[in-house]
Design a protein around this ligand. Structure first.
Ligand code: UGA
Ligand code: MN
Length: 327
């Protein structure tokens, strides 16, 4: 009886040993096999092409950021004089804050802010002082008969004319810079950093597309064989320079060589930009930037006038916002 039991146990043990051995052999055979998960099963070519795509994307990204990166030797760069007319209204501080913080990213930028007012206002004065930018603060009030009145359609009279001319007068004063680039940047537009590097080496007048302007997705100079031959605009393409203020920059030297050139406040609607440029360049001398005028790097955005319905209702009850809080 005992012998039979031992024999049975032995058989069970041998069987157990055999099964384990087979399991081990199977596992060892699987080690050398390819894995069946889809990720690793992807053909080599597909992986390589995916990596190539990724590399290309990263190279493109690096190339783009190169142009806007702060260069090592800033002092050798031409200065960009950015001229901004501005006037008091509810959104003024917001506009100037946004603008100043864009400009902080641009090396060698000198901001000329010209207030449309009888005197410099503390709001602009303090904003500039805290901005961290190199700046000049000027002011000149638009003559009453030239100023838009509440309710006037905004196309009725040109805006910011006397202010831009005041900046030109300042730039032409003795002892000021002799070289650089002048750009007329309104306070409500949107500027990419790239546009400043595009304009930096302007020889006479450089030009590029402007987005969201003139009832179009964009307006732009049309370039053929490196020259501007006409303009893609929705309205009066026959104007000498059918361009928005945001679409060109002028070399300071050219402005100094033509001391009488300025903006004409009496220019007909849409002819303000032409009134300055006419005396400075011809169409074939324009220098196309932004990849032969194929890229939109500045937008003629306009800020909605905030509604003050609640404020106006609460104020008579003494419940309006504190006037001491600057907005
Ligand atoms: C368009 C152009 O983009 C302007 O460059 C051009 O001056 C204007 O038309 C025009 O035809 O006069 P738009 O958006 O209609 O611009 O004009 P705003 O942005 O209202 O004004 C242009 C600049 O002038 C702004 O920087 C604004 O702050 C300033 N401005 C406006 C004043 O200094 N005073 C005013 O009474 C109104
Ligand atoms: Mn505007």
């Amino acid at each position: 009886m005992a012998t039979r039991m031992r024999l049975k146990l032995k058989t069970v043990f041998v069987l157990y040993f055999m099964v384990s051995l087979l399991g081990l052999i199977y596992a060892l055979m699987q080690l050398g096999q390819r894995c069946d998960c889809t990720e690793h099963d992807m053909p080599k070519e597909r992986t390589i092409s995916r990596l190539r795509g990724e590399l290309h994307r990263l190279q493109e990204q690096a190339r783009k950021s190169e142009a806007t990166r702060r260069p090592q030797k800033e002092s050798s760069l031409p200065t960009i004089f950015v001229v901004t007319p501005t006037y008091a209204r509810l959104v003024q501080k917001a506009e100037l804050t946004r603008l100043s913080q864009t400009f902080l990213h641009v090396p060698r930028l000198h901001w000329i802010v010209v207030e449309d007012s009888q005197r410099k206002t503390p709001l602009v004065e303090q904003l500039l002082a805290k901005s961290g930018l190199t700046y000049t603060h000027l002011h000149v009030a638009t003559a009453k008969e030239r100023k838009l009145q509440e309710g006037d359609p905004n196309w009725l009279k040109p805006r910011g004319v006397e202010q831009r001319n005041e900046a030109l007068r300042w730039l032409r004063e003795d002892g000021k810079a002799r070289e650089g680039v002048v750009y007329f940047a309104d306070d409500d537009n949107t500027y990419s950093l790239q546009i400043f590097e595009e304009m930096r080496n302007t020889q006479r007048v450089s030009v590029w597309p402007v987005g969201l302007v003139g009832g179009m997705k964009y307006e732009k100079p049309v370039v053929e064989r490196g020259k501007v031959v006409r303009f893609h605009v929705g309205w009066r393409p026959s104007r000498p320079f059918p361009m928005d203020m945001a679409g060109f920059a002028v070399s300071l030297k050219l402005l100094l060589d033509n001391p009488d050139s300025c903006f004409d406040g009496n220019a007909a609607m849409g002819f303000l930009e032409s009134s300055l440029l006419q005396g400075l360049v011809t169409m074939d001398q324009l220098e196309p930037k932004a990849d032969n005028c194929s890229k939109v790097l500045v937008w003629h955005t306009r800020t909605e006038k905030p509604k003050m319905k609640r404020e106006d209702a609460l104020q008579p009850q003494g419940l309006g916002s504190d006037p001491a809080v600057e907005v």
